[in-house]
Write a protein of this length. Structure first.
Length: 95
């Protein structure tokens, strides 16, 4: 259970750190390369996520791959549900 949480949380935290605190990203963003920097960090997040999924059988004993993939997809879909929910909440507060 803890590994699953780490596999979902760690790549997002890495991207947030890279976009916020990385001096490399700050210099490029100031030069108008925001989309390229975002794409770079999204690629890093994708590679890190796939690496964590591939490492799961070595880290956790008795991994059920179907459960791992389904849980991972659900976590990814929750980002969209949270964004939708926040937009609805904002609209109800404004209107």
């Amino acid at each position: 259970m803890a590994y699953g949480g780490f596999a979902a949380w760690a790549p997002v935290a890495l991207v947030a750190w890279g976009l916020r605190a990385g001096g490399f990203s700050q210099r490029l963003m100031s030069q108008g390369m925001t989309l390229g920097v975002l794409g770079f960090w999204e690629l890093i997040k994708l590679l890190f996520s796939v690496g964590l999924l591939l490492a799961a059988p070595r880290v956790v004993d008795g991994v059920n791959w179907l459960a791992v993939v389904l849980a991972f997809v659900l976590v990814l879909k929750m980002y969209w549900a949270a964004a939708l929910w926040l937009s609805v909440v904002k609209q109800t507060k404004l209107g």
